[in-house]
Write a protein that binds this ligand. Structure first.
Ligand code: SAH
Length: 267
């Protein structure tokens, strides 16, 4: 008879970055761990092609879909601990890099408190995927020597505008979880002194075949919701990264010219 769960030594948890979506942007280590996992707890945004790398494992979806009601963090922590007490090898799969805007700290703290061993495997974050797709360096020499990854979402004890205000002058900004409040964010950045002519690049579903891109200025971002800018009827279907800075000047100009050409030839 197998020992009751509480008398068995707990298993080990790997917090693994799944990257931005394309299955071949996972690390070799992530692929190996998925193939060896007994159970995979994954965010709702993780695609079936990525999950199919762990056909032998039990798959458990644990919320975290942007804009949708997500499973409470405490409940996720409990599921993770339970999985580690009942399975030897647990993969907690998170979009992009697990250590960026992924509540990894809460999960690591809960695992440590429960005496469960864990390791972290980095992944390709959305800003890296979007910059690669656009072929724009976020730290182009002579234009931008720094880039800030930030979210307008406030953490506990923080003011919602704190990150924006502190980074209003950072040459390149990559804004995560910003698509719902994009107009207000643009207005705030301008009120903190950012030039309304600052180029803006939007990338929905970076690295996916169905990715969409749009280019505008900070002023333009303040005037239309993200869905309208991307050419969708309502809210976009996939996650959107909002990026801005002078590094996007050339790509904005190319798209403006293209748009002018198209509207002249259509006339
Ligand atoms: N840990 C993740 C970020 C989680 S926060 C990472 O490192 O990428 C979720 C936000 O990430 C989304 O609201 C969106 O702003 C951004 N995002 C994640 N995947 C994306 C993708 N494929 N394309 C564009 N933005 C993405």
């Amino acid at each position: 008879m197998s020992k009751p769960a509480e008398h068995r030594p707990p298993g080990k948890v790997w917090l693994v970055g799944a990257g931005p979506g394309a299955v071949d942007l996972l690390t070799v280590r992530a692929v190996r761990l998925l193939a060896e996992a007994d159970v995979v707890l994954h965010d709702a945004l993780i695609g079936d092609d990525v999950l199919s790398l762990a056909p032998q494992a039990k798959h458990i979806a644990v919320g975290k879909r942007c804009g949708k009601h997500s499973t409470a963090q405490r409940f996720i922590n409990q599921k993770l601990i339970h999985a580690a007490r009942t399975h030897a090898r647990v993969v907690r799969l998170k979009g992009g890099d697990p250590m960026l805007f992924g509540r990894a700290q809460e999960e690591m703290d809960a695992l440590a408190a429960a005496g469960i061993e864990y390791e972290v495997v980095p992944g390709i974050t959305a800003a890296s995927a979007a910059s690669a797709q656009l072929r724009v360096s976020l730290t182009r020499r002579g234009i931008a020597r720094s880039v800030a990854l930030l979210t307008p979402r406030a953490g506990e004890g923080e003011h919602p505008s704190q990150a924006l205000r502190a980074n209003a002058d950072t040459p390149t900004l990559a804004l995560y979880m910003a698509s719902h409040e994009s107009m207000a964010i643009a207005r705030k950045l301008m009120s903190y002194g950012r030039d309304p002519a600052t180029p803006v690049a939007l990338v929905e579903n970076a690295s996916h075949p169905a990715s969409r891109e749009a280019f505008t200025t900070l002023q333009g971002l303040s005037e239309q919701p993200i869905g309208a800018l991307l050419g969708t009827a309502g809210t976009p279907e996939g996650p959107v990264l909002v990026m801005l800075g002078e590094v996007f000047r050339e790509i904005l100009q190319q798209h403006t010219l293209l748009w002018q050409d198209n509207s002249t030839s259509a006339a």
